[in-house]
Structure formats: structure tokens, C-alpha cells
Design a protein around this ligand. Sequence first.
Ligand code: MG
Length: 501
Amino acid sequence: MSGDEVFVTPIIKEILEKYRVIWAIGHASALMGWDLEVYMPPAGVKERSAASAELGVLSQKLLLDPEFVSLVEKASEAELANDYERGLVRVLKREIDKMRKIPPEVLREFIKTTGEAQVVWREAKQKSDFSLFKPYLEKIVDLERKIAEYLGYEEHPYDALLDIYEEGVRVRDLDPLFDKLESELRKVIEKVLSEGRYPQWHPLEDLAYRKDDLKELNLATLRLLGYPLGERARLDESAHPFTQSIGINDVRITTRYEGKDFKRSYLAVIHEFGHALYELQIDERLAMTPLASGVSLGIHESQSRFWENIIGRSKAFVTTVYPLIEKYLPFVSGYGPEEVFLYFNVVRPSLIRVEADEVTYNMHIVLRYRLEKSLIEGSMEVSDLPSAWNDLMEKLLGIRPKNDAEGVLQDIHWSMGSIGYFPTYTLGTIAAAQIAEAIEKELGSLDEVIRAKEFGRIRTWLREKIHRWGATYPPKDLLRKAIGSEYSAEPFIKYIRSKYL
Ligand code: MG
């Protein structure tokens, strides 16, 4: 992938030279964030939050340095050599615009508040006591509403927040999308539950494993998929599985080991592998530039969902990895591949989003989307949130949380100030089905590619069509280029119907 330089115009080279320091701060912050989740003793959080806040402010200062801003502005009017250069200017302008509009004291308060809120949220969740978290969430919602006003929007304040995570996506796009998903999924869920072809519970869920055994299975599966372990990538443990790219050649994923129900850890690893592969397959010539990352959360999530759901939960994949599973987890050997497939595809309305299956998952996002929108537009107070959550959950999935821990406190996102983020999970889910359709048009049946263990062919397709571009194209343009259409729910609904009905 290396070879010719892609940044050739003198003003772009000048911008990149200055950008180096901003990149280095981002690099350090990424490592600090990873460390906070994986290694840091909990009491370190106050100092770590303060240090992160200072680095955030420093980065903002450098980005808004008048000399840097005027270079980017000049570049946006200059004749540029290629799409990479134009993409670079687009990404920087977006960043500068965002930072310019949010006053430094607001940004500082936001970083500090969310740093502390994450710790309080953990305690509140543990004690299942929303009242501990409530004052922090009130402050966060207040800050987010201010931020939406500073950023500006045309139709709905929530649009301003959405755009941070998914460039170009609006309430106008999402209202009909979520309405359609709700009504379609309601029908599918009813049918799947009444037909009983897929179980609502499987005995493998109760079986205990030895952590070291599952870790070996996870590593062996990652090697099979082509994850460059020990070379450019790692697998670690954290309370909540995640992926952190520190550089194109240093990408880290985590999982958790709960001691039973091995698919929870196993499918999380495959999910995070999808995120990591995106970062690992970015064109190396984009390293240390603003283009060296996935373009949006929706596109990022399409990669993780593609590997986790469409590959990882398929019968072809389960049959292919069954010998590995049996080797490392001998207690599985009495079950056979068909049973493991059913175990991976249990359909059960659940209270917890991260435990949800493919069929019910998007109902959890419908819920969060509607609540977030109400909070940001001011039609709901934070104090009404727990009961609103429970009512909506009952309406969408027919089950009601008994306490805050399995209701409103379950996700880390709001404590991080990530309001507007949840919809990208659904965008990713539907894009994964669109991408699978496009891959099959070129490579033929995915099942056959999987059974032949030719994962390299899938990796290559993804690299060429999506990964290598990094953030060069906005998400909607990238999708059009890669698969010929923008976000659409049809292929996902088709996929769910044909797999489950
Ligand atoms: Mg993810």
C-alpha cells in the first residue's frame, strides 16, 4: 500500500507538518484512554481526567491557532491534487468549525464533568441507584444542549449532536428509519417467538469455562480471521469490550471473561476484530494525518456487526470453527455444531442492550433514540428518565426492568457525554447487511468463502472498498462508492426475515 506519496500540494504538506503535534496529543490521549480502561487503578481517575482535559484544551488551542486555521482556509480554496487532499481539508475544517463554535471553558467543563461522571455512573450502576448519577446526567444534558446550540442546526437540536458521530445524518432520516424498523421487527419478533425454531434459552448459556481456555480460543479465532496479533495488534481485558486504535500499526481490542456463557466473550472478540480490521487496513500513507481513522461511527459499526453477526453467527462459520471450539472448550463437544449455532442465535427479548440478539437489538436503539431526542429538545426531564425508559421498554419488547441497573443505568455512553451516538449502532447494523449483499455479488456466496476459510478474500474486499480510504470520503459518499447506495434498512430486514423466518 505504500509507494507514491499522496500529499503533494505544498500547502497540504505545510498543514501536515503543523498537524504533527496535534496528532501526537491524540496519540497520547488514545493511550491514556486505553490505559484508563485496562490498567489504571481506579483512584487514578481524578488526575487522569484532569490531564486529559488539559491535553484536550491544548489540542484545541493548536487546532485554532490563527496561522493553522488560515492555512486550512487557504487550502480549501486552492486547487488540490486528489481526493485525499480534499478529504484532509474537509476533515480539518469540520474539526476546526466544531472547536471554534464551542468555547474552551465549555469544552473544559464537558471533559471534566464526563470524566467524573463515568466513575459515579459505575458506582450508581453497581448500587442500582439512579439518584447518584442523576445530578451528573443533568449537567451533561445541559452541556449537550448548550453544545447543540453552539454547533448550530437547521431543523432539530439533536441533529447537531448526531452530526458529530455521523456526518450528514439527521432526525429527518432517522425518524422514518426507526419507525419502519420498529414495525417490521415487531412482526418478526412475534413470529420467531411463536414458531420456536430458534430457542429463547440454550443450556450452553449456563456452562462455566476456564478463563485461560477461552482466551486461547479467542486468540486462535483471531489468528484464523487474520488479526495481526503480537505484531500490530493486541487482545486485552476490560469491563466493557472496546477497540482502541493508537496508530495504524498499534490497534488494541479487549474482551471480558465472566466465567460462563462463552459466546458473550467470544462474539465480543469477533465484533471488536471488525472495528480493529478497519483501522489496521487504512492506507499506510495516511498514517499520522487526520485521515488515519474510520470515517464515522456508523461505518465503523458496520464493520464490527458484519464480522460478529453476518459472519460470526452464521451456520457456515460455526461449523468451520467448531473443531477449534471443541478443542479449547471440551465441554462443548457433546453439543455439535447445530446446537452451537442455535446457542449463538438465541432470540430472547432482553433488558440489556449488549446481551440482545440480532432480531431484538435494534429495539434497544429505538428506545434510546427516542429518549435522547426528548431530552435534547427539552420535552423530557432527566428525573423522568427511569420511568420513561421502563415504559418504553415494555412497549417495544414486552418486558419491564425491575431496577435502574437493568434499565436506565446499563450503558456507559451518557456518562461519557456521548448523546447522539446510539443511532450509529443501527446505522452500522443495516449497513453490514448492505455490505454483505455487495460482497456476495462479487465473491459469490459468503457461506462458501467462510467454509473454505478464505477470510483473506473478505478482508481484501473490505480493504479495497472501504478501509483503505480512512476518513477521505464522508460516510454517505463512501457507501455510494463502495456499494452503490446510502444507508437503507431493506437489506437488513430481508436478511433477518430469511435467516429467522
Ligand atoms: Mg462496536
